[in-house]
Design a protein around this ligand. Structure first.
Ligand code: SER
Length: 318
């Protein structure tokens, strides 16, 4: 069985991807890595764990050698809003981290999955039904590093034959680990606050549409793309993937169906609002559907039902 290394394994996606992949490929074949040990204990306990900072190229090379890694799922990155607080650090981690992973992959013959994002688009991109191949002039540091990462992954495939693959994720909604410092995080926080306090002040304004996806679909997309027949992949990297598009009003209305007392107010944060305004309203993911059979299982209604059920248990709210 091939050995898989996951960077950023204690982040929002990593925490759940570790469990998913260990079930699929065996606990010992999935190596979790993170720059700190702060996070879900089960990630640390259920299989191998390495303390690894992706800016440390030598460290990545050593961990890959030690375990005989054949695939890296490179999740470690600074998200959009945090990147605007410290663009220099975000550049270092997002850009050099991806470069280091690709260099180790080239040297050791390793396949690489790298997530890009809706942030790889900007204000001059067509906002509705955003095509797979279109204008990409993002105005955030996070977006700049994501576009450069997409191009680097394509380059390493064309130039060196590294098996690079990736998707452009929308906002990911989940109940296990919280997202850290993104623009789409409001769509996670709202569920916690609806259950705990029956109210939420949204930092994203009414009428701001963004693409979103429930975590089980995000995990499935990573797995399915890495297992896809490479002969069928025309794009390889940066596939648009989405499951739904909504604004805070539509999300609040869906939550109200389950918690009628829920009230949403607005306390718009100009920084995150400006980021959201520069991103698409809705992606066209037909290339992913055609090239590797992408199809989400959850829509807003089924996600909301499941999120509230799972969070009630987690937060011990009757
Ligand atoms: N969820 C991410 C963010 O908001 C988008 O990739 O930064």
């Amino acid at each position: 069985m091939k050995k898989i290394l996951i960077t950023g394994a204690l982040g929002q996606i990593g925490t759940e991807l570790i469990t998913y992949m260990r079930k699929e490929y065996g606990n010992d074949n999935v190596i979790a890595s993170n720059r700190s040990k702060h996070g879900d204990e089960s990630v640390l306990q259920s299989g191998p764990f390495e303390l690894l900072d992706v800016v440390d190229a030598k460290g990545i090379a050593e961990v890959c050698k030690k375990h005989g890694v054949k695939q890296i799922i490179h999740l470690a990155a600074i998200l959009s809003a945090n990147a605007e607080k410290n663009p220099q650090m975000a550049y270092d981690i997002n850009m050099n981290g991806t470069y280091n992973v690709l260099e180790v992959a080239r040297e050791q013959g390793i396949a690489v999955f790298t997530p890009s994002s809706i942030a790889a688009f900007g204000p001059s991109t067509p906002a509705d039904n955003t095509p797979q191949d279109t204008v990409q002039r993002p105005t955030t540091m996070y977006g700049v590093t994501k576009v450069a990462g997409e191009l680097l992954c394509d380059y390493y495939h064309q130039r060196y034959g590294v098996d690079t693959r990736g998707v452009r994720f929308p906002g990911i909604i989940s109940y296990a680990a919280l997202p850290g410092g993104g623009t789409t995080d409001y769509a996670v926080h709202i569920y916690y606050e609806a259950l705990k306090n029956k109210k939420y002040a949204s930092y994203i304004g009414a009428g701001t549409f963004m693409d979103m996806m429930y975590m089980p679909d995000a995990l499935k997309s990573i797995h399915d793309l890495m297992e896809a027949n490479p002969d069928k992949l025309v794009h390889r990297n940066a596939f648009n993937v989405t499951a739904m598009s909504f604004d805070p009003e539509i999300l609040a209305a869906e939550i109200k169906k389950h918690i009628p007392e829920f009230k949403m107010t607005y306390d718009v944060d100009p920084v995150r609002q400006a980021i959201a305004n520069s991103w698409p309203n809705s992606l066209n993911d037909s290339a992913a559907r055609a090239e590797w059979g992408w199809k989400p299982d959850y829509d807003l209604a089924s996600m909301t039902k499941d999120m509230l059920e799972k969070l009630r248990i987690k937060l011990d709210i009757k």
